[in-house]
Design a protein around this ligand. Structure first.
Ligand code: PMP
Length: 384
């Protein structure tokens, strides 16, 4: 029996082939350096782990209400009011893993054939999720010359009467760019003019070195068409806890809650108590961000004077997205780099057609690994 067409048409993660190649070399005893990691190399703050243990010992190991425990929803709404100037209350919040929040939101709004605008370069899962929701992903270009801000003309040329949803991701995986206030205002005009649903993926919000994060929810009219997605994976090094949230206008909550009820039921109970503690944890996060900044500066300096490489300094996240000037696809670049130098990086084409001729380097790894990995990259490009 064949699996559904939707699944047949789904692409596995493009980095998988590379993982297999790396595993082969590892078996042969090679030391592989991975600059392809998508999560902080820090452990979850100890007080957050404690809070989860305490909750479990107290018997909080059962289903919670589908939208999450009240204390956490209250704390999330308070965070958005105080830190992001977004006027929401706990009834705007559904606690759920960030990835599922995006998936469920697309399920809620996309009918077959509806077009969904996704950033390019942009996170690998948007396109597959849109396909899965039976929508049509349409890429809009981020402008490298503007530090991967909006290319307004390109975006406008892609909007039409079939467009239903626009996804933005700020700060961005893979570029490390942040959308400016001006960009958010442009987004506001487009969303309001075409009456779109905006999904604002703000998962990297906590990892910012320069500039400020503007959530589109600051504009009250825009907020009425916006689903904000955020979570604890990146900011508090909690990828394994599967905990995040969405913030939606009240009128959409019952619909989104139905999907939540019939899929995950609720986010993991112990992770919800951990998240509540995470929201009170600031120092650990700022120390982690300081360390990422030191590494960012180091990697940037190294890449700035490497043969055939040009780089925009990322303002946020733990990724760099250098462009190279060699006549070779990013897939081949990455494979050859692995074969010759035993270093894993991610091909730019995994993030869309405008990602071609780039590689994504993650600096969520030790300084020692970065030094060695970049020395090998230097040697590799010298010989291209
Ligand atoms: N959005 C982006 C841009 C991401 O990079 C990721 C994680 N790689 C997610 C959403 C999903 O986050 P989570 O693992 O917390 O579900």
């Amino acid at each position: 029996m064949l699996v559904s067409k939707r699944v047949q048409n789904m692409y596995p993660s493009q980095t998988l082939a590379l993982v297999e190649l790396a595993a082969k070399f590892k078996e042969k005893g090679y030391q592989i350096i991975s600059l392809a990691v998508g999560e902080p190399d820090f452990t979850t703050p100890p007080n957050v782990i404690e809070a989860a243990c305490k909750a479990m010992h107290e018997g909080k190991t059962h289903y919670t209400p589908p939208t999450g425990i009240k204390e956490l929803k209250v704390a999330i709404a308070e965070k958005y009011r105080n830190e992001n100037s977004v006027d929401v209350d706990e009834n705007n919040v559904i606690v759920t893993p960030a990835k599922l929040a995006i998936f469920n939101t697309l399920s809620a709004f996309v009918d077959p054939g509806d077009e969904v605008l996704i950033p390019d370069p942009g996170w690998v899962s948007y396109k597959e999720m849109v396909h899965f929701a039976r929508g049509k992903p349409v890429s809009y270009k981020l402008d490298e010359e503007k530090d991967f801000g909006l290319d307004v003309d390109d975006l406008l040329s892609k909007v039409n009467f079939k467009t239903k949803v626009l996804i933005i991701n700020t700060p961005s995986n893979p570029t490390g760019g942040i959308l400016s206030r001006e960009d958010i205002k442009t987004i506001r005009d487009i969303v309001m003019d075409f009456d779109l649903i905006l999904i604002s993926d703000e998962i990297y919000e906590k990892i910012i070195f320069e500039g400020e994060h503007i959530s589109p929810g600051v504009y009250e009219d825009l907020r009425m068409n916006t689903i904000i997605v955020n979570g604890f994976s990146k900011g508090w090094a909690m990828t394994g806890w599967r905990i995040g949230y969405l913030i939606a206008p009240h009128r959409y909550i019952p619909e989104l809650e139905k999907i939540q009820q019939h899929t995950i039921s609720c986010a993991p109970s112990m992770s919800q108590y951990a998240a509540l503690e995470a929201l009170r944890t600031r120092e650990y996060v700022s120390e982690m961000v300081e360390e990422f900044k030191t590494r960012r500066d180091y990697v940037y300096k190294q890449l700035s004077n490497m043969r055939g490489i040009s780089i925009k300094k990322p303002k946020a996240t733990f990724y760099m997205f250098p462009k190279y000037d060699f006549d070779i696809s990013s897939k081949k670049f990455v494979e050859d780099f692995m074969i010759r130098e035993k270093v894993a990086v991610t091909p730019g084409s995994a993030f869309g057609m405008y990602g071609e001729n780039h590689i994504r380097i993650s600096f969520a790894t030790s300084m020692e690994n970065l030094k060695e990995g970049l020395a090998r990259l230097r040697r590799f490009v010298e010989n291209l």
